[in-house]
Design a protein around this ligand. Structure first.
Ligand code: NAP
Length: 462
């Protein structure tokens, strides 16, 4: 039939577009094209599905599209700092959709006596991963939005209880595969998966949520693969596999950049113990004014700017760009040092700096910039903390020991801007701020850097 051929052709086009999209998204220069390819791929997949000869009624599809659009548009308008929790919500919806489709298919096939062992197994995988992604992602979003306590909540035997629940859910699924008519086990699988999603996230600190979200993304993808087998839909299998593997790779990259293992993120209750622990001796810090910063920057030959989470909070990227413009106009060499986990999501700094139209060539990866830092006159740290903390190199007791950092302290001079001496994400002190070659400029990044720009351009500098 023509419609069937058209559906398969559009699925093939969609799969190719998804692969191209991922390829293009991996480079900032082609990222916009990557987004467009992803949207085109999804449009092709939906159009192909609507052409499918099996569809008998478009009424509920239309209702779902209207409801989804009505929720999706306001969700897309969140500030950039809220993107991790927004992404978590999307995964929650994806997981719920997969779980509900699996549940509906189970009930239909149970009635019609069409439940084969393979179908039941695929539904079980879909339902377990779908529902645990649903509640897990809601918990992750809640922790990031600080609606629920962000501290890891732990109790003795927690991992045994959690894994025990999962084991019961898996065993119940095995019973269903062997005896599909024993439907009473199906609600057990659903309830345990929902509970497991919550319990999995409870012991993980809010700070680790971006890594967890990326992992939940991988689960949602795998759930979609299982759904593809249930519905015999090839594009779901392809897209789910791409989603699952890219989410998994991203989690691995994030763990490596923090020098943490998966088990440490998932079971380590990071962010719980160190508060108030080995409080470093309070050493005097030198603090200066925006004018001092402008003088130092204006007299440098080589400047490196290290942006961090504080730049995102303050939305100071445009002021940073103005500093870059003012300095390069004076013939000063200015580069940006990009740490892979600066901020709260992968690519956070790249996105903000691209929004402020900082030339992409000025952004340098951590390993490369570290070679240049000893020859750099001034490093300007904007709301970065953990990613420039030298304790990661030498303090074996530090929770961030071993995490690769940007060696800002090795430059001749460091200017560090933040609002107070409060710690960053890892909850620990940073000796960089009290180093002899560091000058602190306290205040909100946007305000402080605005004054630095004024001093540089309005005759305040040199
Ligand atoms: P950070 O260690 O969290 O420090 C950010 C600093 O910004 C804070 O110390 C804060 O100090 C300052 N700040 C906050 N608001 C500010 C404002 N309005 N103006 C100026 N400064 C402000 O950030 P980071 O150095 O970027 O390190 C990122 C951390 O997040 C790492 O520990 C990383 O492992 C973790 N993480 C990142 C990702 C990722 O994908 N990027 C994922 C998971 C975890 P004040 O309060 O004193 O202003």
């Amino acid at each position: 039939m023509i419609a069937e051929h058209l559906t398969q052709a559009s699925y093939l086009a969609a799969a190719a577009l998804f692969i191209l999209s991922l390829r293009w998204l991996s480079n900032p220069k082609t990222a916009r094209r990557g987004v467009a390819a992803g949207v085109a791929g999804m449009t092709a997949a939906i159009a192909g599905t609507l052409l499918h000869p099996d569809i008998v009624s478009f009424k509920w599809i239309a209702v779902a599209i209207v409801v989804g659009t009505a929720i999706g548009i306001p969700l897309s308008r969140v500030p950039l700092t809220a993107v991790p929790q927004r992404t978590a919500l999307s995964h929650a919806f994806g997981g719920l959709a997969a779980g509900l489709v699996g549940t509906a298919k189970y009930m239909l096939w149970l009635q019609d006596g069409q439940l084969t062992a393979f179908r039941t197994a695929a539904i079980a995988v879909e339902v377990i991963l779908g529902y645990l992604t649903f509640t897990g992602s809601l918990m992750a979003a809640g922790k990031l939005q600080e609606i629920i306590p962000t501290r890891p909540i732990t109790y003795p035997g927690q991992n045994v209880v959690n894994l025990g629940l999962l084991a019961i859910a898996v065993l119940s699924s095995v019973v269903l595969v062997v005896r599909p008519d024993l439907w009473q086990f199906f609600p057990v699988v659903i309830v345990l998966s929902l509970a497991f999603g919550v319990l999995l996230i409870v012991p993980i600190g809010g700070a680790d949520m971006p890594t967890v979200i990326s992992l939940l993304n991988a689960y949602a993808g795998l759930s979609a693969v299982a759904m593809g087998f249930v519905l015999e839909n090839k594009v779901l299998i392809t897209a789910g596999a791409l989603d699952g593997s890219s989410g998994f790779i991203l989690s691995v990259i994030m763990c490596r950049a923090m020098n943490r293992s998966f088990t440490n993120v998932l079971f380590g209750a990071f962010g719980q113990v160190q508060a108030g622990g080995s409080a470093a001796e309070a050493k005097a810090v030198k603090s200066g004014t925006p004018q001092d910063a402008a003088d130092l920057l204006g007299n440098a030959e080589k400047v490196v700017i290290v942006p961090g989470y504080g730049m995102a909070v303050s939305q100071a990227q445009h002021r940073v760009r103005e500093i870059y413009d003012a300095l390069t106009k004076q013939g000063i060499d200015v580069k940006f040092a990009i740490h892979p986990v600066a901020g709260r999501m992968p690519g956070h700094m790249n996105v903000l700096l691209a929004e402020a139209e900082v030339p992409y060539e000025a952004l340098v990866e951590m390993d490369e910039i570290n070679r240049d830092l000893p020859q750099t006159d001034v490093v300007l740290v904007v709301g970065a903390n953990d990613v420039v903390n030298p304790a990661a190199r030498h303090d074996t007791k530090s929770p961030i020991y071993g995490m690769p950092i940007i060696d800002a302290d090795r430059a001749k001079f460091v200017i560090a801007n933040k609002r107070s001496m409060n710690p960053g994400f890892a909850g620990i002190d940073n000796e960089l701020y009290s180093a002899d070659n560091t000058l602190m400029i306290f205040g909100d990044a946007k305000t402080v850097l605005g004054e630095v720009v004024k001093a540089l351009t309005g005759g305040g500098g040199h």
